[in-house]
Ligand binder design. Sequence first.
Ligand code: P6P
Length: 335
Amino acid sequence: MAKRISLTRYLVEQQRVAGHIPSELRLLLEVVARACKSISQAVNKGALGGVLGSADSENVQGEMQKKLDIIANEVLIEANEWGGHLAAMASEEMEGIYVVPNRYPKGEYLLLFDPLDGSSNIDVNVSIGTIFSVLKMPEDDRGVDEGDFLQPGSHQVAAGYCVYGPQTTLVLTVGDGVAMFTLDREQGSFVLTQENVRIPEDTKEFAINMSNMRHWDEPVKRYIDECLQGKEGPRGKDFNMRWIASMVADVHRIMTRGGIFMYPWDKREPNKPGKLRLMYEANPMGWLIEQAGGAATNGKQRILDIQPTQLHERVSVILGSKNEVDRVTSYHSTL
Ligand code: P6P
């Protein structure tokens, strides 16, 4: 059982004792956590807060926005723009980057986020979450632009998500393993409930949207078919399936008990490399999974090694228990 310390104390120890993070990054992460608390409160109000349903607008991805998508995005922007830790932000809900206004001091970090992932689940009271990634501004004295964000996931200095479910849980890495913090609503603070999270290297549980089966590439069809054959098949064991259609919830299950999560490229939109976004979904989740002993690839290469070319670029995602991810990746390289 992790000792009951607050997120603040954990981050101070990561800064002062472990020397893993500078004070500016610690302060930034505390602001992000406070924003997640505010989003959690809005989510938990549901119909009582008049926050359910569509916002009757589309985001840059061409997806219908929910009211809570916009609320969560505004909470993160307003919480983070004045603190002096950031040069700019990028969000799934905004086409371009948000440069910190000149009325506020600028810092050396870049914050990227999917403010509310899993929006299709909002109105049916199923877990959703916020995903965030922190990069450093490149060393030069020119102004910040979109190109500064186009860094591979291996350059992240912090990554995390907050899942708004039966509990509100913040899961975070600063490169020293993964820690989980549960929101104590009575205290109004995140409390350390697990550290040094480890994902089992093997699993009997896969997460994929089976309705897309006919559109998958052969390596994915082979892997899932072998799982479905169970004990009598080449895997020699039965598998279970989960699909919450909320990446944060599916990944949290994997962080908690192992498993493999797949949203692979498919034939529905062959020109798109996948559905999920690299910069603020796959990269932060991929680093968290790796920091917990798992693996994350696009079927062909490590997600964190992908050099981005566009802010909202998409990617095929296979992540979770290392031996399963390695197996699926090997099937992609088998000619
Ligand atoms: P589908 C949510 O919209 C999301 O981006 C991820 O959180 C989730 O894993 C995926 O899309 C679900 O997609 O096609 O199953 O609805």
